[in-house]
Ligand binder design. Structure first.
Ligand SMILES: C[S@@+](CC[C@H](N)C(=O)[O-])C[C@H]1O[C@@H](n2cnc3c(N)ncnc32)[C@H](O)[C@@H]1O
Length: 197
């Protein structure tokens, strides 16, 4: 997995392309009511794209991450990176919080598993749920199924890494589309999304 660096006034390492960031930002601009929920934030690179839309506005963003690694093929990489940053005295959760503070993004954090966090949200309370956590078949299937009821009408359930590097994610997303009879839409690069009818 190639790490991207976003060169803004805050330099953040992560896995999110600027074209995807622009798309994410546009969605948040368009969808005015309801919570925005990002699941899988790492150090805040994807989140950072929301700065220009959210700064100075009432709090709408929830960030969810367990910072414990993942359940997909990258679990070893995450564990090694988490340990390395812990040993360097720069734990990833602290870097995330510092980055968001520097960017002045208003947000609330749930430092827990996606499946635990979902119970904090009422049905139809979210305008955008963005998934970028574990990319294995079971995690994606479970996340899509659990978060779909939380999205309100015309809201968006989206995610990252719809690419050949993540065949299990593709399979889970396509199955969800078929089972729930909801058209699968694609954004730039590896973005996928569903609009709630
Ligand atoms: C691909 S990274 C996210 C990258 C980030 N969006 C960026 O822009 O760089 C995946 C993140 O999901 C988190 N994660 C994985 N499985 C999770 C789960 N079940 N619940 C909560 N967080 C999870 C990991 O701790 C990691 O920070």
């Amino acid at each position: 997995m190639k790490l991207n660096n976003k060169k803004t006034r805050v330099r953040i390492e992560g896995w999110f392309h600027p074209e995807e960031g622009k798309w994410y930002q546009e969605q948040v601009k368009k969808l005015s009511n309801g919570w925005i929920v990002e699941i899988g934030c790492w150090k805040g690179l994807s989140t950072s794209y929301l700065a220009s839309v959210l700064i100075g506005k009432p709090q709408r963003l929830w960030c969810i991450d367990n910072w414990k690694g993942s359940k997909d093929q990258y679990s070893k990489l995450y564990r090694e990176l988490l340990e390395q940053h812990e040993n360097d005295g720069k734990p990833v959760p602290i870097q995330f919080r510092k980055n968001l503070k520097k960017l002045e993004i208003p947000y609330k954090m749930l430092e827990m598993d996606s499946q635990e966090a979902v119970s904090y949200f009422k049905d139809k309370s979210c305008s955008l749920v963005f998934l970028d956590a574990s990319h294995d078949y079971l995690s994606i299937t479970t996340d899509l199924k659990a978060w779909w009821p939380k999205v309100h009408r015309n809201g968006v359930l989206a995610g990252h890494d719809f690419s050949n590097d993540h065949p299990e994610l593709i399979r889970a997303v396509e199955s969800f589309s078929k089972i729930w009879s909801v058209p699968l839409k694609r954004g730039p690069r590896t973005i996928f999304y569903f609009i709630k009818p």
